[in-house]
Design a protein around this ligand. Structure first.
Ligand code: NAD
Length: 251
């Protein structure tokens, strides 16, 4: 028996990296999964691996009408929305003095507004359904700087807003049995991190020094396992929590 048997989940940024691991683990635990991503071609390839109970749909998470269509299609196809995982994100790889206003706003739109829109469109369906679980992927870049955020000011700020939004939603929708938790990965070996290390090779050593467990970069499945827990009824008493999965970087 799976920990998510009978549930229906939406996962953003599902085409690759952590998003792919989330689709895989959530489907393995028995849920039907709608994976969405901007990169339609890669999304199709990825979702095709995970069976008939999954569906891949193109979405730019900053598109409010697009979000409504995703939620409506999820209801038409699978009948309800139990779980929302806001995982899609981008980096600017720029510090405070180099950031242009439009670069800052782009990162805030994808990482912060994209998360808000998913929540706004899913909550009414969760309310109708008697509850739900929202998991927002933040980053330890929301909690500390240095090796944790790749020197990216916009990224840190955007993930700080995801942290605050998660608390706000947890507090205000607990009455509807809707839980909202956030997850704080340290380094995960995905394309996003490879790009950071390519651009700033020194960060590899500082990240290694800061993360005391021997495997200082997590595998995507390490994070996905934490998300499965928060999405499932095993965490029915857990809301507003902040789950750090970082090989000890924050210790
Ligand atoms: P990734 O860059 O490999 O994948 C991100 C996915 O999001 C891509 O498939 C991309 O197409 C999609 N995406 C980007 N913008 C989008 C948009 N506007 N609309 C829809 N989809 C969009 O990244 P990843 O490493 O798998 O990161 C996943 C999550 O984990 C992100 O929230 C990231 O901030 C977080 N995180 C990653 C690390 C790390 O070291 N990789 C560390 C901490 C937190």
């Amino acid at each position: 028996m799976g920990r998510l048997d009978g549930k229906v989940a939406i996962v953003t940024g599902a085409a690759q990296g952590l998003g792919e691991a989330l689709v895989k683990r959530i489907a393995e635990e028995g849920a039907k999964v709608v994976g969405v991503d901007l990169n339609e071609e890669k999304l199709k390839e990825t979702m095709a691996k995970y069976g008939e109970h999954t569906l891949g749909l193109k979405l730019d998470v900053t598109d409010e009408n697009g979000w409504q269509e995703i939620v409506d299609t999820t209801i038409e196809t699978f009948g309800k929305v139990d779980v929302l995982v806001n995982n899609a994100a981008m980096m600017s790889n720029k510090g405070v003095l180099d950031l242009k206003p439009e670069e800052y706003m782009k990162v805030m739109q994808v990482n912060s507004l994209g998360t808000l829109l998913g929540i706004q469109k899913s909550i009414p369906k969760m309310q109708e359904n008697g509850g739900g679980s929202i998991v927002n992927i933040a980053s330890i870049g929301a909690l500390k700087s240095g090796a944790a955020d790749g020197g990216d000011a916009a990224y840190s700020a955007s993930k700080g807003s995801v942290r605050a939004l998660s608390k706000h939603v947890a507090h205000n929708f607990a009455k509807d049995n809707i839980r909202c938790n956030s997850v704080y990965p340290g380094g995960i070996m995905t394309d996003m991190l490879k790009k950071v290390f390519d651009e700033s090779p020194d960060l590899w050593e500082s990240n290694k020094a800061a993360s005391p467990l021997p495997n200082h970069i997590a595998d995507p499945v390490d994070i996905a396992n934490g998300v499965v827990y928060l999405a499932s009824d095993d965490a029915k008493a857990v809301t507003g929590t902040e789950l750090i999965i970082d090989n000890g970087n924050m210790t």
